[in-house]
Design a binder for this molecule. Structure first.
Ligand code: SER
Length: 592
């Protein structure tokens, strides 16, 4: 197997598919621009949903990229050999162009010829079929024709071989997954029957080819899509680990420099009980660097809250490694340097990233001190020699005290902590937040109803009006649209006066009354910026971007969709303004 570096693997993948007619697109930002239903981009296909549903992509029907992704559902599992929050997904797409034969053949060629994975170590799985869709004999036949014998082709149901929709509704379909057998005994004791679906981890899934030919509807039915797409995703971290024979993704060159830095700073080795803490710090600092580079700052809401959580968790684990001074800003700079070639935005924003992390460290230190005072107060109320699970969880939730820290402080005073009670409170809380997360997802991706489309256009008008009234320092920091309202976060240091709010509202309503056409152009990002278009969380759609202009009032790079004329919007009304963090304000508004 070829022992490529991370950057070599990224390039090899892109070059392979470019040679087969695919246009390279740049990674979309980690923060979905017009998808109110999720906080982060979770898969390579996520920013492409409008195109999978039929909107023509400016760069054609064959695309390839390396997409920045973030998944927070497994955050508490980070620390083992494989779980990550941030990861990179290599992907190639056919938007109504080629289908199973080409996709599978190219996957096989890339794995065996470019990566030189011995064919006898490859295992694949296909969809077994059910009431919604037939058994995928076609994919299995293609695998056999390429030389994978039937005994290495498995059929599983929806729980393994069906992908999507990413939300409640949207494009989805059967998939075929590729595994590399890494050897060793089955740790689940299933030696004779162990197969790629086993959780022992001997079969490492490296790639997933999804054949998106269905659209899941609100009613839960599967309807054929107007175009048949291919969506593939290869995990960069895992594939690298496999190529180098590591069973631990943190040993790859994506993480080792960070780990080595942590070893030097702590004087400890990447071994035994310190390994978990080092992995957590490395994963979280990498994710935080990418999130800040895409325009998010630590706060108590949405993406800002996740960022705060992972930064504080990284700080706690750095302390557990015996590091009691500020190290995260330097580690973030190291990440920016290591990843700068593939993601230039990290280098451009490296100083901001280090600065924001340093500020957050200071705030966390204060919270820790307040937590220590709260701990003393708790002790004075203690009836027996034990701190209750509820109190320990309160310290954890409010002051970021890990259970280990509370237990250690308790021990110093000859007390214990009700650890089972803590776990109970913790699990209850997780169930609640999971229910919240599901609710958030329930709207489905690409919820482009008439109402949300209108509110997208209204958001552009609001943004332009804010800049006219308050000044050019106003920048979009976040946007969230539901069918009922828009919510817009922007940079501005103080509360808006009533006059300012009224003026903003008036400007938007004037633009609506003027019934301006909403025009869209495609151009290079450089050209868009040269023309003065506003562009926020980085770039989309490779070298070509869409620019929406509304007379000389507003010009923004955006994926759309938008109404055709502003007159369609109705009456714009600001409902309220709030502060959402230092230097950040939020406006909620509706169309009546
Ligand atoms: N969407 C699929 C995945 O996330 C393939 O890209 O695995």
């Amino acid at each position: 197997m070829r022992k490529l570096t991370a950057q070599e693997l990224r390039r090899a993948y892109i070059d392979f598919f470019r040679a087969r007619g695919h246009a390279e697109i740049r990674s979309a930002p980690l923060i979905p621009e017009h998808d109110p239903t999720v906080l982060f981009t979770t898969a390579g296909m996520h920013p492409l949903v409008p195109f999978l549903l039929g909107q023509p992509h400016p760069l054609g029907k064959r695309l390839v990229d390396v997409q920045k992704c973030m998944r927070t559902d497994d955050i508490d599992d980070v620390g083992d050999r494989t779980h990550l929050t941030f990861f990179e997904m290599l992907g190639n797409w056919s938007l109504g162009d080629y289908f199973k034969r080409e996709a599978i053949t190219w996957s096989y060629e890339f794995l065996t010829q470019v990566l030189e994975i011995p064919p006898e170590r490859l295992y694949v799985s296909c969809f077994a079929g059910d009431a919604d869709a037939p058994r995928d004999e076609e994919s299995a036949a293609i695998w056999r024709s390429l030389g994978i014998p039937p005994e290495r082709i498995y059929f599983f149901g929806k729980e393994f071989n069906w992908w999507g929709p990413a939300g409640k509704t949207g494009p989805c379909g059967p998939d075929t997954e590729m595994f590399v057998f890494t050897g060793g005994p089955c740790t689940e004791g299933r030696d004779g029957e162990c197969d790629p679906s086993c959780s022992c981890g001997r079969y490492v899934e490296v790639w997933n080819d999804v054949f998106m030919e269905y659209n899941k509807t609100e009613a839960g039915t599967y309807e054929p899509l107007s175009q048949r797409n291919v969506d593939t995703g290869m995990g960069l971290e895992r594939t690298l680990a496999v190529l180098h024979g590591y069973d631990d993704v943190f040993r790859t060159d994506l993480f080792m420099p960070i780990i080595e830095q942590l070893e030097a700073l702590s004087g400890r080795r990447y071994e035994d009980e310190d390994r978990r803490a080092m992995r957590i710090v490395a994963d979280h600092v990498r994710a935080a660097t990418f999130i800040i580079a895409d325009g998010v700052l630590p706060s108590n809401v949405e993406q800002g809250y996740i960022l705060r959580r992972i930064l504080r968790r990284a700080m706690r684990f750095a302390r557990m490694l015996g590091i009691d001074h500020s190290v995260l800003p330097d580690l973030a700079t190291l990440v920016a340097q290591r990843y700068g070639e593939a993601y230039p935005e990290l280098l451009q924003r490296r100083d901001t990233i280090a600065h924001e992390i340093a500020l957050e460290e200071g705030r966390f230190l204060q919270a820790l001190q307040r937590g220590e005072r709260e701990f003393e107060r708790l002790l004075s109320r203690l009836k027996d020699r034990q701190i209750s699970g509820r109190d320990a969880f309160y310290l954890y939730e409010t002051y970021g005290f890990p259970l280990e820290l509370t237990a250690e402080m308790a021990r110093e005073r000859g007390l214990t902590v009700d650890q089972a009670g803590f776990q109970e409170a913790y699990t209850r809380h997780q169930e609640l937040s999971r229910a919240g997360a599901e609710l958030k997802f329930a709207g489905g991706l690409a919820d482009h109803t008439e109402e949300t489309t209108k509110l997208h256009t209204a958001t552009h008008l609001l943004h332009a009006a804010l800049r006219l009234v308050l000044g050019e320092h106003v920048h979009q920091a976040g946007s969230n649209i539901t069918a009922e309202r828009l919510r817009f976060d922007f940079t501005h240091p103080e509360k808006l006066t009533d006059e300012q709010l009224a003026r903003v509202e008036e400007l938007v309503n004037q633009a609506i009354a003027a019934d301006y056409p909403v025009c869209v152009d495609e151009m290079s990002l450089e050209e868009a910026q040269a023309r003065g278009a506003l562009a926020f969380f980085g770039e989309r759609y490779g070298d070509r971007v869409r620019v929406y202009s509304i007379a000389d009032f507003s010009m923004e790079v955006c994926g759309g969709p938008h109404v055709e004329r502003t007159g369609q919007l109705g009456h714009f009304k600001i409902q309220k303004q709030e502060a959402v963090g230092r230097g950040l304000r939020r406006i909620r508004a509706v169309l009546e």
